[in-house]
Each structure stands twice: as structure tokens, then as C-alpha cells.
Design a protein around this ligand. Sequence first.
Ligand code: ARG
Length: 572
Amino acid sequence: MKRFIEKQLSEILGRLYGSGQIEVMPPVEVLKPESSFGDYSTNIALRLSKVLKTSPQVVAQSFINQLKLLDTHGDFLDISEAGGFINFKLSKTQLLKNMAAISDQGELYGSSLVGEDKKILVEYFQPNVAKPLHLGHISNAVVGDAIFRILKSQGYQTESDTHLGDWGTQFGLLLLAYKKYGDFSIIEKNPIEELNSLYVKINLEIELDPDIREQGKQEFVKLEQGDGENKKLWEQFREWSWKEYEIIYTELGIRRADHDWPESFYEDKMPAVVEELKQKGFLVESQGAQIVPLDDYKLGTAVVVKSDTGTTYLLRDLATFIYRQQQGFEKQLYVIDVRQQHQLAQTFKILELMGYINLPEEAVHIAYGFLKLPEGVMSSRKGTIVHADEFIRSVQDRALEIINEKNPDLKDKELVSKQVASGAIKYFQLSHNLKSDIIFDPQKVVTFEGNTGPYLQYTHARIHGILRKAGNLSINFKEESIKLEELETAVLRKLYTFPEILAEVIHDATPNLLCNYLFELAQSFNSFYQAVPVLAEPDENLKALRLHLVTATAQVLSNGLILLGIEAPEEM
Ligand code: ARG
């Protein structure tokens, strides 16, 4: 509807005043359901009146006259002027038509075709082989997964890639350490932890004896050359690592990546990129290294090949982008923490200079801040790093505790507590501004009250409770005789804007807007349900309408949660 109004406004503008008078877009604002002005508002008349030097009221009125003529379906109850703004109030018919559309479209309500089947890639959950998972990986996976699902729902042909960190000299060091001290039967029992301590151990040795680094590098060179033993060990490391990563899929319900193009995959694709950079005249030699100076863009110096001829992370990223583009991806989104902003900006700039992309549309860094725990929570393992598995399990325990308190007879308690735990983590991460650091306090986050994932899941489950009680009572009603209560209208208006919110969310990569929306919808529903009888309503027609409203709300809550990657159990 927002777009529809915008289109009409610009047509009327052209007709009445000639186009090019004023930059009109984006003129239409979606109002909150509690606003008494209506559902949509525009300041077009105010802006235009400044240019035309007439009163905004006069301009508004001429727009309103035209808009009313165009409203042949009775979409609007009212279009009127207040303080120079033009406000639109949706009609009962329009709101109810939308409610029926929710039932018809079911889980497709909210999806659209705006993506025009454009093929795009989202890169997320890029752990590093033989390194433990920590909170950062959880944030990353959660953000990436939600962005992925939302884009897909908007008609993009979306695929994901996990850019596994499985290459580099550190693997030479690890191979060396393994050969010196590794014991398969011990490592096998707890691979990542053990491999990680081997890695720490060898690095300590290097501090005492720098020659060891050289030996490690040699092991990596052997790996690069395809040495049988090293290759086998390295593959074993990868296999062990993927086992450890499983928890992200099984306990958090993150989608498995469509592509597994790890860092090692680009090994043989880098020389061509260096060659091309040379050909195009971008490479400069500096102290033995090959660099691209980016001072003109305030991006410093990008090192492509190190002075010891070693390849760089940046070079690998150039090769990565180019390869994926060759696979037909028109746009690539990188979910990577904020610390890598500079390095990624350099990568994108070089790709632009090379003629591969248009910025900022075709390569996007989705940066996120850090998830932290309050002081003193969970420190059973030494060290400052909080391990992902420990964290997830502790949140699950907390969720189970709460369910045992609230609903001890619930069947599938284990399963539901996992869903609640993952809902709590995901919603917490997604409901904040992505770029800010956030502190996850299990006491505040794993609760059925307030702006939390479990609150939304709980609201959804309660609604299903109502529907279960209703059994197969009819939800068909006659519109003519219905006069909507204010609290009903508020829910209907909220339901109406769901597709528009999603459009906004993909435009700015801001899943927190979707979280806000769902929270407001749940609140609006709860106020309605507290004050207005549904099953106890004696008038059958009204009862059917209200049940329909309840059904539609459950649908939209569920659709929204699913887009965030959050499961919505029907009983909690
Ligand atoms: N594995 C890397 C890390 O943990 C992140 C990879 C990011 N992706 C990329 N294309 N650079 O730091």
C-alpha cells in the first residue's frame, strides 16, 4: 500500500504541477497503529508548498481531491489533511480483505517477488578449522541465517556459502605440532580442544626458538604441494572440526550452507588475480611486497602479496569474490564482524577499480558487534573465550528450568526448551542494532516476559491454545454487520504492515525492525485479547471475525519468527 500511494502521489504531482518540481521520494510514512492520524502519512504538500510559495493546506486539498477520485475500491476510510500532512486511514473493507489474504496465503503472507529472482550469495558462519567455536560464531550464524531467510522470502534466488578458514601457515604449525606431540587416541576424544592446545604449545615454542616457525612453514609448503601425509592429517582436522560445528545446525537450527568453498579452494585461483592486477597497472612494489595504494580513497595500503611472496587474506578475498561472481551471483553479502571492516572495504574498492562491481549495491559488508556475557557468568573453563557449546547448553538449561516452573506437564519439554533457548539467543542478537556490542544476561533474556524471543514464542503458543479450544468453530463472518472495536482495528492495522516492514528490513539489512514489529504485534494482540471477548462472545458473527483475527495473528507471528530463524512451537 505504501508503494501504491507513492505511485499515485507521483502521478498526481506530475499531472498537477509538472514533474521535476521537487524530490518527492520517499514521501510516505507508515504510521504506528496507535496513531490517531491514520495508517500512512506524507509531507508532500508541506514540501511542495515551500517551492510553490502557497499554503500547504491548499496543496494538500488538491491532492486529496485527486486521491479520493482514484480510490474506486474504497481502500480508504478517510484521506484528510492535518497540519499540512496528508493522512490516510485504511477502510474496514481493506483491513478485512487483508486479513482474509493472510488466511489464503498462509506462510507465504509477507513474501514478495521484489528480488526478481536475482541470484545473490550470503556468506556466513565461517569458522576456522581446529579452532573452538565461540560467541562470535553464534552471532554471525544467527545474523546470516536471518538475512538469508528474509532475502529468500522477497524473491531473491539466495544461496549461502560458508567460507571455511582451512588454509594458511597456521596449518603448517599445527601439522608440525601434531607430528611432534600429537596422539591420535587422545585427540580423537576431544579433537578441537586438543588441537587448539597443540597450536598454543607450538606458538609458545616459537617464542623461544624462531626456527620452529620456519619448520612449520615448510609443513605448510608440503601441504600446498599435495604431500600425502600432510593432506591426510589436514583432512582429518577438517573432519573433526565439522563435527564440532554441528552444534550450530542441530542446537541452533541454522541452515546448512549451500556451498562449501573454503579458503583452500582459492589456492589455485590467486595467481590469475595477481596477474590481472599487474596487467591493469594497479600493483606497486613496496619494500619487496606487492601493494595497491588506496590513499586516494582514504583506505591506506592494501598488501596483496607479502615480501616473502606469501599470499594474503586480501588476495584470497579478491579471488573469492571473482569466483563467486563467475558462478552467476549478482550480489554478495558478507556477514563478518566489525573488526574486518577496513580489510573488506579495501577488497571491495579494488574489485571496483578492477571493474568487477558497482558499489555499494553489489558487495555488502553486514557488520555486527560483539555478544558478551555479564561479568561472572560461566567460567567453568579457563581463559576468557566463552565456548559456543557451553553457552548454548547453559541457555538450554535455563529454558528448561523455566518450562518446569511454568508448564511442568508439557510434552516434549526437552525439545521445546531447545527451541526456547535458540529463540532467546537469536531474538536477542537480532533485536539489537547489529553494529553495537551487546551483553547477554540469561536471567533477562531467557524469560517469557518483555521484549524477548521466548515472549513472542509464548504469545504464539497461547494463541494456538485459543485455537485449540475453539476447535473447528467457523471463522467465516459477514462483513456488513460488523463494527470493529478499536483494539481489533489496531491489530488489523499492524497485520497489514507486515509486508511493508519486510521490504524495509531487506532494504537496510535491519532485522531489528522485524523484531520490533513482532513485539508490537504481540503486544497489540495481547491488549485486544485481554479486553475483547473471543470464545465467550455471544454474537456468532463477531465470534467468527475475532477467531479469524486470532488465526491471522498466529500466522503472522509464526511467519515473522520463521524469517528470523526462530521456531514457533504451538505449545509451551
Ligand atoms: N574465518 C574468518 C575469521 O574467522 C572470517 C572469514 C570472513 N570471510 C571473508 N570472506 N573474509 O576471521
